[in-house]
Design a protein around this ligand. Structure first.
Ligand code: SF4
Length: 142
């Protein structure tokens, strides 16, 4: 089975700060499944490192106010393209991210507060019928 996975969860340094966010459970996915690593912000055309972004009033804004909604939307579209190409019915995405977060994300104030919502990529994949979970839910599927 092919699974789309946030690349930062398996050690790729694609986060805004140029680092990864390796998660041991995500690494275990590599033993059982064919993992398709993906970073919507990079594929959307943003550089690494980059300023962090959050969603406010349906726009994605960097900390300095730069509007990066178009790049985030492109990254989401390409995620769906890749998921379809590889017939991924399932995606494991990094929690809280404005791209990858599922169920809850940072609230747009850059204060660490969370709000109930999905990141752009998680939202688009879900709308296409792909099951999306965050890294804390991996033990439920392993
Ligand atoms: Fe990780 Fe997703 Fe952020 Fe890329 S966009 S660094 S895959 S959380």
């Amino acid at each position: 089975m092919n699974i789309l996975v946030s690349a930062c969860l398996i050690g790729i340094g694609c986060r805004y700060d140029g680092k990864s966010k390796v998660h041991p459970d995500a690494m275990k996915l590599l033993e059982k499944y064919t993992v398709i690593p993906y970073c919507p912000e990079v594929y959307g055309g943003l550089p690494t490192p980059r300023k962090p972004s959050e969603i406010r009033n349906n726009r994605v804004l960097m900390e300095d106010g730069t509007d990066v909604t178009a790049q985030f939307a492109k990254g989401a579209k390409e995620a769906l393209r890749l998921a379809k190409l590889y017939d991924c019915q399932f995606a494991v995405l990094k929690e809280r991210s404005p791209s990858c977060g599922t169920g809850y994300i940072y609230d747009g104030t850059f204060t660490g507060r969370l709000t109930d919502d999905d990141g752009l990529t998680a939202k688009l994949l879900k709308a296409a019928g792909i099951k999306v979970i965050g890294e804390s839910e991996i033990p439920n599927v392993l």
